[in-house]
Design a protein around this ligand. Structure first.
Ligand code: NAP
Length: 247
């Protein structure tokens, strides 16, 4: 039996590095033409696009700060001009700054909500009119929402907001055959998780899931690919925790 190949256009935000880059690779492998969004890493984004094109895929890099509504509108315009209307939107761009709530500055609060929540809001609002019928939206939440660890209040607040958006938006898109789901990873070995942690802390996190390792970007890309592909068609308005059984 030959594997089903997807066709269509996928837009992955924050795809220059980390989980987003791996999602872009996987979606190209699955047959999508992929727009690789980035904000401040043009070299990484262009290198990834070159790699994807070299392996026979179709991909373009598109600069946009997702927290800026105008950038997001222009990003959709560019993707439509270069690849066509979007079928799959993956809201992956996000930042994490852990600190006790009482020590959180106005700047960290505003920046985290602007990117993690504002960024998702901006793309969803565009997606409502721009996504093809039958499309898929996948928003990256986090298993930290279930763990309630000290230091994660602001970050968890942003992920709770996008899980709420996803459940409501899934219903607002009635009649369009567009699904909206979240993937909530546990700790994954990327800059976002590793930066600022000691070897000891990393080892501690690795031992937490019953599968006793950190997640790898491929673990998360597989869950996203399932929701983006034909096998995920009946899953709608859900949050899928991909975390090795951590919570
Ligand atoms: P990462 O390695 O730090 O990469 C973050 C990506 O987001 C980069 O490509 C970055 O692009 C992009 N980005 C940041 N701000 C942006 C903005 N304003 N506009 C557009 N792109 C922006 O992070 P990651 O670990 O891959 O995380 C990806 C997602 O998974 C995030 O939503 C995160 O919350 C979630 N997650 C991660 C983990 C984990 O343990 N790693 C666990 C649970 C959930 P530039 O460099 O071009 O700015």
């Amino acid at each position: 039996m030959t594997a089903v190949k997807n066709s269509g256009v996928a837009l992955v935000t924050g795809a220059s590095r980390g989980i987003g880059a791996t999602i872009a690779r996987r979606l190209v492998r699955d047959g999508f033409a992929v727009a690789v969004n980035y904000a401040s890493s043009p070299a990484e984004a262009e290198k990834l696009v070159a790699e994807l094109v070299q392996t026979g895929g179709k991909a373009v890099a598109v600069k946009a700060d997702v927290s800026n509504a105008d950038d997001v509108r222009k990003m959709f315009d560019t993707v439509e001009q270069q690849l066509g209307k979007v079928d799959v939107l993956v809201n992956n761009a996000g930042i994490l700054k852990t600190m006790p709530l009482a020590q959180t500055t106005d700047e960290v609060f505003a920046q985290t909500f602007a990117i993690n929540v504002g960024g998702v809001f901006n793309t969803l609002r565009e997606a409502a009119t721009r996504l093809n019928d039958g499309g898929r939206i996948i928003n990256l939440s986090s298993t930290t929402l279930a763990l309630n660890l000290p230091g994660y209040s602001i970050y968890n607040g942003t992920k709770a907001a996008i899980e709420a958006f996803s459940r409501v938006f899934a219903k607002e898109l009635r009649g369009r055959r567009i699904t909206v789901n979240c993937v909530a990873p546990g700790p994954v070995a990327t800059d976002l998780f590793l930066n600022g942690k000691t070897e000891e802390q990393i080892a501690q996190f690795s031992k937490m899931p019953p599968l006793e390792r950190l997640g790898q970007p491929d673990d998360i890309a597989s869950a996203v690919a399932f929701l983006a592909g034909p096998d995920g068609a009946w899953v709608n308005g859900q949050a899928l925790r991909a975390n090795g059984g951590l919570a």
